[in-house]
Design a protein around this ligand. Structure first.
Ligand code: 23J
Ligand code: MN
Length: 260
């Protein structure tokens, strides 16, 4: 008998004392895929093609072939995704330490600011204000930026203007501070990237990708239901597909929340 009581943990799940919240969007062709400036390569959208459905191609079975970009739907970014993380050890989804696949989460509610300004940027002062209320962000935590972006329809979700996408995200100082001063495991958003829509114009370009992955940390994008997580105290389960040398992966993300 171990001193750590996993039986009590399992019983709490069975009895509904720990709620398991699905932080994942349904993988489907309708869900927006990131669009980069036209001079760059583009992600495949999601395709789901039926092989058979209890028909001549398979009288008793239903199955599909799927086509996915690594960065489609709710997905994880590994350090190798960015040039700053290209030479780090264990930097792809297949070598991600399993220890990093379950971690506590700090949820920063930016929903009001994002509703007022699609280009809202989360900065260090707002993170320090969050800490004054909820306590210091612990090393090894996910920091999840709640914007309620997941509640938008596809057009408003992508929010593409003539000058590119307009979606909220962290500023460069905030991400560097979370990585260097707080030692976070990663940063998660409800939007299509860990960076703001206009993040390609920041210094450095795409600062969340730059700093997170350069330090061996992770990103989560297109999260859902962050409004159902408390600011502190939840656990996030995020285990990517084991794609050989994969830069990222769609995945099921779960939030565990104690109900008493
Ligand atoms: C490639 C280039 C730039 C960006 C991205 C991918 C993502 O947002 C992603 O899904 O990692 S910003
Ligand atoms: Mn990605």
């Amino acid at each position: 008998m171990s001193a750590i009581d996993l039986g009590a943990f399992a019983a709490a799940i069975i009895q509904g004392e720990i709620e398991i919240i699905d932080l994942t969007h349904t993988l489907a062709p309708e869900f927006p895929t990131i669009v980069l400036p036209p001079e760059f390569g583009q992600s495949s959208p999601v395709r789901i093609e039926t092989i058979s459905r209890y028909d001549a191609d398979g009288p008793a079975w239903y199955w599909n072939n799927i086509t996915l970009g690594e960065h489609t739907g709710t997905h994880l970014d590994a350090p190798v995704h960015w040039v700053t993380g290209k030479d780090l050890p264990d930097n792809s989804v297949d070598t991600m330490p399993t220890r990093s696949m379950i971690a506590p989460a700090c949820v920063v509610d930016c929903s009001a600011q994002a509703a007022a300004d699609a280009d809202f940027l989360l900065g260090v002062p707002a993170l320090q204000a969050w800490e004054a209320t909820h306590g210091t962000i612990a090393g090894g935590s996910w920091v999840l930026m709640r914007t309620d972006w997941s509640k938008r329809g596809p057009i408003a979700f992508a929010n593409i203007g003539p000058d590119g996408p307009h979606t909220p995200g962290p500023d460069a100082d905030a991400i560097r501070w979370l990585v260097e001063e707080r030692g976070v495991l990663g940063f998660g958003t409800e939007t299509i990237g860990t960076d703001a829509g206009q993040g390609g114009h920041f210094n450095p370009p795409y600062p969340a990708h730059h700093y997170l992955h350069g330090a061996g940390r992770y990103g989560l994008q297109c999260l859902a239901n962050l409004d159902r997580l408390p600011p502190t105290g939840s656990l996030v389960v995020a285990a990517p597909l084991k794609i050989r040398r994969g830069s990222g992966s769609p995945l099921r993300v779960l939030g565990l929340v104690a109900t008493r």
